[in-house]
Design a protein around this ligand. Structure first.
Ligand code: UDP
Ligand code: LCN
Length: 805
């Protein structure tokens, strides 16, 4: 890491570095992030009339490319370089270019000084350091393998199995553990040791050896039982044979593939809890409300798919003989004042499932003026602990047993999952969806100023606790964990950060831990399918929705009347959050007369009136959108629909846009993943999506969609116009991109792929958890201290504020 900076200061380029740094002093900003640094460097090169190659290929150019931040101190510069994914280092560079590396503590103190919130003489500050707790666990070495935790763990576990009797003993004990409603599964007390297991497996193999492949397990169930094997090995002779053979070779010469294949067949997951407390969790009339979007869609689809997959697994493993019925519970918040939704109902069946349910547990009452209503996700921290206690009782009553897996969603759900998993001693998985720390620039550095609205001191503490406590983490993309060569990952941003005057995080999470696994979501193929599948579309619905999109006049929910409804539609759908940047798209459209010439802008976006919302960001975005329409005189060219659609309707709306060879634009300033991108692509819409976040991995630029930079409205307009121009010149171009978008989703983003992987992970981490349990206790105790000593008192303070409302 030193090389790059020394290569500059020890060469002719040092004069440029000195001048460039001096130039920074002329600016107003004292704290520059990568974008500012790169822009300033480009300006510097232009002013100095440097050849183009200098900007990119000189050592200084490379140094700038890898520089994430520069803080201007009184007489020096603090420079953070990230020459490799997931690894960064800070340096102090003086005016005369002396360079010294900074420790993490020094870097955090420098940042504190910048916001003038440190009092160096008044003693230290709490330092949170999780690093020592990862010392015992195996770590991935190569950053490109981050997020492939399970492959790594399989290799690690199988190497342990091959050289230790003790590990095989553990495997034997693990197999003896499994029960369903009091019935023993897999092996019974007739097999008493690991050696005996090995011999009995061979005997069982002989027993099923010559049976016809399709012979049902029930024909020889009791023969197997008499030598120690209970249900769970397979539903046919062939399946039982395969599973026993896997175990046999695992005992003889374990290898990672066999271990994964074997563990993936172990019937150990029948009851799953998906925790998603905040927002409006429902099956109808909720999408587009504040805090209610992709996470709800994700969890509902995941629940359906998990049930289906578990049912298949039960059938294949021969457990139908025990009448095993898998169950999924989505645990959410009950909102008494439910505003016409079903969020006030304690129990609701998930449509299209046999045994998946939404279980709603209310927050305890405290101040009913607050707790009877929707509470912003930024405000719900005081209620989380008592919620977890009440939820535990409700879950045990519903399942009549302990769950086998608890999956948390978002910061609040992950904290509840931590509390539940700790009490119930169950494998805990977390899914971030979006970590707010990356969404709001400097959210940790200026947490004091933001605390009133966002309470990040609670949220970031909750995140640290949950991500470290979890047994495994599912991320939707690789970059969610560790970013790209030029941007920091969402989890990576928790590695080291300061919360001035509250604490310093010197090591917040281990990115090289095998707990990280990239498992992207899918898209519900019942509602979202190619616009060309005409036989599945209902013409009546189509006409109704065409009228809604282009011609209906209903001032209560529609703003704008199109001069020419037949123009190519430029479509977007999102909540009116600042970060979703629909206002940025309107601005891009407003600035481009050419785009207005060719297209209409159609937006589906929550609400039309500020007085209808309790969400401060939504209200200010509504005002901004009206202002832009006025400023650029977009009347006649834009339709803004403040409607809440059913999934069936939103699927058909994308298809109608497809019928008219329209395009979808996702202009978010940052998008953690972006389910609308999948929905648009599977429909066959050429999609232009933000290059900041998940769409960068979903789309392959120019192949099956296009990247846009939402901070550059003119450039965005040019990219869309170029596409339209190409379509005009070549009528097949639209269809080519459309078909490739469809193919991309079907090949890579399906719920079947997702849940098969998730269940396999749950089994493998369950095994890993079982084998290494005692090692985690020290970390869990440390995290509990953070919860009780740091989180709870702050949550109590927030509750006191709520009590005054
Ligand atoms: N959505 C909707 N109506 C709206 C806004 C959004 O039905 O007014 C749906 C959209 O179809 C998608 C989800 O909400 O399924 C948004 O998910 P995404 O991951 O794109 O963004 P998030 O809202 O989670 O940030
Ligand atoms: C939250 C987000 O912000 C989106 O980017 C994701 O697609 C969604 O959750 C589902 O994970």
């Amino acid at each position: 890491m030193f090389e790059l900076i020394y290569a500059v200061v020890e060469s002719d380029e040092k004069a440029d570095l000195r001048q460039f740094l001096r130039g920074l002093r002329q600016q107003d900003k004292q704290y520059l992030l990568r974008n500012d640094i790169v822009i300033t460097f480009i300006e510097y090169c232009a002013n100095q009339q440097k050849p183009e190659a200098f900007q990119r290929s000189s050592n200084l150019g490379k140094l700038i490319f890898y520089t994430q931040e520069i803080i201007l101190d009184e007489s020096s510069f603090c420079i953070v370089i990230r020459p490799e994914i997931a690894r960064s280092q800070a340096f102090r560079v003086t005016e005369d270019l002396a360079v010294e590396p900074l420790t993490i503590q020094e870097l955090l103190e420098t940042r504190d000084r910048h916001v003038k919130r440190s009092h160096p003489n008044e003693g230290g500050i709490l330092q949170i350091d999780l690093q020592p707790f990862y010392d015992y666990s195996p770590l991935i070495r190569d950053p490109k393998n981050i997020g492939k935790g399970v492959q790594f763990l399989n290799r690690y576990l199988s190497s342990k199995l091959s050289d230790s009797q003790q590990w095989l003993e553990t495997l034997y004990k693990f197999l003896s553990l499994h029960r369903y409603d009091g019935s023993q599964l897999l092996i019974n007390e007739r097999i008493t040791t690991q050696q005996e297991l090995s011999a009995r497996v061979k005997r069982a193999l002989t027993m099923v050896g010559d049976r016809p492949n399709h012979e049902p397990y029930t024909n020889f169930r009791f023969d197997l039982q008499s030598i120690g094997f209970e249900p769970g090995w397979g539903n046919t002779a062939e399946r039982v044979r395969e599973t026993l053979e896997l175990l046999d070779s695992l005992i003889d010469s374990p290898d990672p593939q066999t271990l994964e294949a074997f563990l993936s067949r172990i019937p150990m997951i029948f009851r799953i809890v998906l925790v998603s407390p905040h927002g409006w969790f429902g099956q109808e009339g909720v999408l587009g409300r504040p805090d209610t979007g992709g996470q709800v869609v994700y969890v509902l689809d995941q629940a359906k798919s998990l049930e289906k997959q578990m049912q298949e697994d039960v059938e294949l493993s021969g457990l139908s003989v025990l009448k095993v019925q898998p169950k999924v519970i989505i645990l959410t918040r009950l909102i008494p004042n439910s505003d016409g939704t079903r969020c006030n109902q304690p129990l609701e069946k998930v449509y299209g499932t046999d045994n998946a349910w939404i279980l709603r547990v209310p927050f305890r009452e405290f101040n009913s003026k607050v707790t009877q209503n929707w509470i912003s996700r930024f405000e719900i921290w005081p209620y989380v602990e008592s919620y977890a206690i009440d939820a535990e009782k409700a879950l045990l009553a519903e399942f009549q047993a302990r769950p086998d897996l608890i999956v948390g969603n978002y910061s609040d759900g992950n904290l509840v999952a931590f509390l539940l998993a700790r009490r119930l001693k169950v494998t805990q998985c977390i899914i971030a969806h979006a970590l707010e720390k990356s969404k709001y620039l400097f959210s940790n550095l200026y947490w004091h100023e933001l605390e009133d609205k966002y309470h990040f001191s609670l949220q970031f503490t909750a995140d640290l606790i949950a991500m470290n406590a979890s047994n495994f983490i599912i991320s939707s993309t690789y970059q969610e964990i560790v970013g790209t060569t030029d941007s920091v990952g969402q989890y990576e941003s928790y590695q080291a950060f300061t919360m001035p005057e509250l604490y310093h995080v010197v090591h917040g999470v281990e990115l090289f831990s095998p707990k990280f696994n990239v498992v992207p979501p899918g898209v519900n193929e019942t509602y979202f399918f190619p616009y060309t599948n005409t036989q599945e579309r209902l013409s009546g619905e189509r006409q109704r929705l065409e009228a809604l999109l282009f011609t209906d006049d209903d001032p209560d929910q529609i703003f704008g009347k199109l001069d020419d409804p037949s123009k190519r539609p430029l479509f977007s759908m999102a909540r009116l959050d600042r970060i979703k940047n629909l206002t940025g798209l309107a601005e891009c459209f407003g600035k481009s007369k050419d785009l207005q010439e060719q297209c209409n802008l159609i937006l589906i976006a929550g609400k039309l009136r500020t007085e209808d919302t309790a969400d401060h960001e939504e209200a200010s975005e509504i005002e901004k959108l009206y202002h832009i329409i006025e400023q650029y005189n977009l009347y006649g060219k834009i339709r803004w629909l403040g409607v809440r659609l059913s999934k069936t309707d939103s699927g058909e709306i994308y298809r109608i846009i497809g019928d008219r060879q329209g395009v979808f634009v996702q202009p978010a300033l940052f998008e953690a993943f972006g389910l609308t991108v999948l929905e648009a692509m599977i429909t066959g819409l050429p999609t232009f999506a933000t290059r900041f976040g998940g769409p960068l991995e979903i789309i392959q630029d120019g192949v099956n969609g296009f990247y846009i930079n939402p901070t550059q409205p003119e450039e965005m307009a040019t990219i869309i116009l170029n596409f339209i121009t190409k379509c005009e010149a070549n009528p097949d171009y639209w269809s080519t991109i459309s078909q490739r978008a469809i193919d991309r989703v079907y090949s890579t983003y399906t719920w079947k792929i997702h849940t098969t992987r998730l269940l396999s992970l749950a089994r493998i981490y369950g095994f890993w958890n079982y084998t290494s349990q005692e090692n985690r206790e020290d970390m869990l105790r440390y995290l509990e201290s953070l919860f009780y000593l740091l989180y709870k008192p702050r949550a109590k303070q927030l509750l006191e504020q709520h009590m005054q409302r």
